[in-house]
Ligand binder design. Structure first.
Ligand SMILES: [Zn+2]
Length: 327
């Protein structure tokens, strides 16, 4: 598990605030009750004295202690009943001054007996979708929505193989063993869909994923290189640090003298530190070879498992189906 450290810090502090606020709000409601209903204040004072009373009884000797404690408890039950009655009569719910947590299971601490509560995991996953850049994509483009009906014949067999590989990749991702995929094929064949689907599973399993277009990645590096960022602003270290980097649409970026060394540095550094990547590209092998240096392509074709997407553009198939449906 290597949740994005910044997300973790931010969300842990949100949980702390949430827990504190729930207690403070309850305290404020209790104070309001005591102000309006002095009898309730009196009952609460009596109930609060239960601990010291039991302690005193224990000091008075063991003889009949159980019976004495039982009497205190019976008295408390009567007090509570009376308290509830007063609240109901005054139009308050019985649990008005109780602490209302968002999550009753962990009382907004995020942990139950040292284990992460699912509410914290959900919050971290959501933050992971956001910071990875797939938040908008994953809703529509996940494994559940991937449809093989748009592929026929051999292309379908090919796609089934890629889909199954994508699933084992996502489920087997452990943040330690490096596995790199290179998705090749023209637009509209499901490369983005599968990248997003993989990202969701891996984020859900607690890893730090970045999904970004090649264009934006290069823009971030350039902005830093040429001082077009705020002082102290760091846009690029996350590309090196994340558990999985997904580079979408390599080859469509505007090429500058800076693009090739930047890509080499990024890919090479991640390979050396054994951090996984998925790169997708619409351009053919020859074009990749022409666009980038041998140093890069030899790494892409040597260190990445190549998945070649084939078929007919799904977006245009969908459009045609819609037209037919409407006509
Ligand atoms: Zn919880």
């Amino acid at each position: 598990m290597a949740y994005n450290a910044e997300n973790y810090k931010r969300i842990a502090s949100q949980f702390k605030d949430k827990n504190l606020r729930a207690k403070q709000d309850a305290e404020a409601r209790r104070a309001e009750l005591h102000e309006r209903l002095p009898q309730v204040a009196e009952i609460d004072r009596a109930l609060a004295a239960t601990g010291p009373r039991i302690m005193r009884e224990a000091l008075n000797g063991r003889e009949g202690l159980e019976e004495r404690i039982r009497r205190i408890e019976e008295g408390n039950a009567l007090l509570l009943e009376a308290r509830n009655e007063i609240l109901r009569a005054s139009g308050y719910p019985e649990d008005y001054s109780a602490v209302h947590y968002e999550c009753d299971e962990c009382m907004d601490t995020g942990f139950i007996n040292g284990k992460m509560c699912k509410c914290l995991r959900t919050a971290l996953n959501y933050a992971g979708y956001e910071s990875s850049g797939v938040l908008k994509l994953i809703e529509k483009q996940n494994f559940d929505t991937f449809d093989l009906k748009y592929y026929g014949g051999n292309e379908k067999i090919n796609m089934e193989r890629i889909l199954s590989r994508a699933k084992t990749y996502a489920e087997g991702f452990d943040g330690i063993s490096m596995r790199n995929l290179l998705f090749m094929g023209t637009t509209g064949l499901g490369k983005t869909h599968l990248s997003s689907a993989i990202a969701k599973v891996i984020i859900d399993n607690g890893y730090d994923v970045i999904y970004e277009s090649a264009q934006n990645i290069f823009a971030d590096f350039e902005a830093e290189r040429f001082g077009r960022v705020l002082a102290g602003e760091d846009r690029t270290s996350r590309y090196f640090a994340c558990d999985l980097l997904i580079i979408d649409d390599l080859g469509t970026e505007m090429q500058t003298q800076f693009t090739v060394p930047c890509l080499y540095n990024l890919v090479n550094t991640r390979l050396i530190s054994e951090k996984s990547m998925i790169i997708s590209t619409n351009i053919r092998k020859e074009e990749l070879l022409a666009k980038y240096s041998d140093r890069i392509t030899s790494r892409l074709f040597g260190e990445f498992e190549i998945c070649v997407f084939a078929g007919k553009d799904i977006r245009s198939q969908k459009r045609i189906m819609q037209l037919k449906g409407n006509g």
